[in-house]
Design a protein around this ligand. Structure first.
Ligand code: ZN
Length: 136
């Protein structure tokens, strides 16, 4: 597996419109696109900043993938994503090094990418996302 760069920083928000006051109105950044991942209960706002992105994660319903996070920890940084090549090897590699993948195979992520998360209990508190592919 080869690691290329920080792909994006995922930020959990309750109401993206409210938070865009910071990213758009204050920082002057632009939302490049908005994508609904219905199966994960998420609406994702991609905000480009240089070569990387902020990814605002807004819940679409109470059973959203980030509902528990928002309840327990409130809004804030949810995960850090690194862009990789060879994500298919990541599950076995992670396990062999003592890190716990959250799925047995990479899942389909936003923008046609493949993603794999590592459990924060095994990484020192960081929910680390591996992403393969460029967002279209
Ligand atoms: Zn992400």
């Amino acid at each position: 597996m080869k690691v290329n760069k920080i792909d994006h920083i995922g930020i959990a928000v309750k109401n993206a419109k409210e938070r865009l006051k910071l990213y758009e109105d204050f920082l002057g950044l632009k939302v490049k696109n908005i994508e609904d991942l219905a199966d994960r209960g998420l609406r994702i706002y991609f905000i480009e900043i240089g070569e990387t992105r902020f990814e605002l994660l807004e819940p679409l319903n109470e059973n959203s993938e980030i509902s528990q996070f928002l309840e327990k920890k409130g809004e804030g940084i949810h995960h850090i994503a690194v862009n990789v090549e060879g994500i298919e090897q990541a599950v076995e590699l992670a396990k062999s090094k003592g890190f716990k993948p959250l799925s047995e195979v990479p899942k389909s992520g936003a923008g046609g990418t493949k993603v794999l998360f590592l459990h924060p209990k095994t990484t020192g508190g960081i929910l680390l996302e591996l992403v393969e592919g460029e967002h279209k």
